[in-house]
Write a protein that binds this ligand. Structure first.
Ligand code: CP3
Length: 314
């Protein structure tokens, strides 16, 4: 598939940057909230037709250049017998089994592959599959030990290979919490496991994006992974990050999710500044520094996509 998003990932010249947003399919959309009123989060994630429908919502409504599969990084814990509990009001919780369990990835998470296959029939844009970084997943499982990090890494590789076989066009690894570690801890608890995953997926040729919160503190460590792209949050300007990251690695980010909420004149100013600073620079994918927040006005998202799409590099 040739598309703006895949071209930008390869750092090829494009007429404008592609745009998609982390958490683009979610609670800020009334259509999502309507579905959610009738189903639990786990039901939505675990029913391929519903997961596919939600994945498509922001594509059909706003015209993003890429879709991200509607799922969650925490479904991987089901391989180890954990149950996702998202009863309203309690936030998301992982309930461990009474004894250690280790199930085959393919069978346990086949609903994810089914959703991918359904989407790939007629999705007009590339589909991004994803997983959590082992450190972040282990933190939610409350199993932060080297043995568990190895187990989670092994399961994650099988999980991503399953997504690739089902047809995803790119993968993003969300190691949301790893970027907040102190440097020596980051090198010990996060980086080696990310490296194992990136190296294991490299032979498939699938483009891989690595995202951490606080990623700007670990630019050189993340570059050492040699991913296809790095996702950045808000601490540094993209134009400076572009100079720190070798030109064969694409960069993705980093409008503030708070700014996206408005007011519109401020949003316009920030978006124009980012687009102007990055104009004509290859290997740039427009995104937020973190996920879309639930109280973001739909109109602002619509305006943003239109604005990025209206830009054509001469
Ligand atoms: O980006 C997308 O639109 C694709 C789907 C997606 C979700 N979660 C759906 C979701 C993705 C890529 C994620 C990643 C994820 N999940 C991360 C990494 C990115 C990040 O935000 O840092 C993490 C840490 C999680 C774990 C998780 N899932 C938490 C802590 C929560 C509860 C808090 C919250 O943000 O809502 C979730 C629930 C969740 N995952 C929702 C959605 C749409 C909200 C569900 C609802 O309230 O209906």
């Amino acid at each position: 598939m040739s598309s703006l998003f895949l071209k930008a990932l390869r750092c090829e010249e494009v007429l404008r940057p592609p745009v998609w947003l982390m958490r683009q399919a979610g609670r800020y959309m009334p259509e999502y909230r309507k579905l959610r009123a009738h189903h639990s989060f786990r039901e939505l994630v675990g029913t391929p037709a519903l997961a596919a429908e939600i994945t498509r919502l922001p594509i059909d409504h706003f015209g993003f250049d890429a879709a991200i599969l509607f799922s969650d990084i925490l479904v991987l814990a089901e391989v180890f017998g954990y149950r996702i509990d998202f009863s309203d009001g309690k936030g998301i919780q992982l309930v461990p089994p009474s004894q250690e369990e280790n199930h085959p990835v393919e069978g346990t998470l086949s609903y994810v592959a089914d959703a991918v296959r359904l989407l790939k029939k007629d999705l007009p844009v590339p589909l991004i599959g994803f997983c959590g970084g082992p450190y972040t997943v282990a933190k939610y499982m409350k199993t932060l030990t080297p043995i568990w990090l190895d187990r989670i890494t092994t399961a994650t590789i099988a999980y991503l290979q399953m997504q690739v076989a089902a047809g995803v066009d790119a993968i993003q690894i969300f190691d949301s919490w790893a970027g907040l570690l102190e440097p020596s801890d980051f090198r010990e608890w996060a980086l080696p496991y990310l490296k194992t995953i990136v190296d294991a997926l490299r032979p498939t040729g699938i483009p891989l994006i690595v995202f951490c919160r606080g990623s700007c503190r670990y630019v050189q460590e993340l570059v050492s992974l040699q991913p296809t792209a790095l996702g950045f949050d808000r601490e540094k300007e993209m134009v400076h990050l572009r100079k720190e990251v070798p030109s064969n690695i694409a960069i993705q980010g980093n409008l503030s999710p708070t700014i996206l909420k408005g007011p519109l004149p401020l949003l316009q100013k920030e978006v124009d500044a980012l687009l102007t600073a990055m104009q004509g620079i290859p290997g740039f994918i427009f995104n937020l520094g973190h996920g879309v927040e639930p109280d973001t006005p739909v109109e602002n998202v619509r305006w943003l996509v239109k604005q990025v799409k209206s830009l054509t590099i001469k």
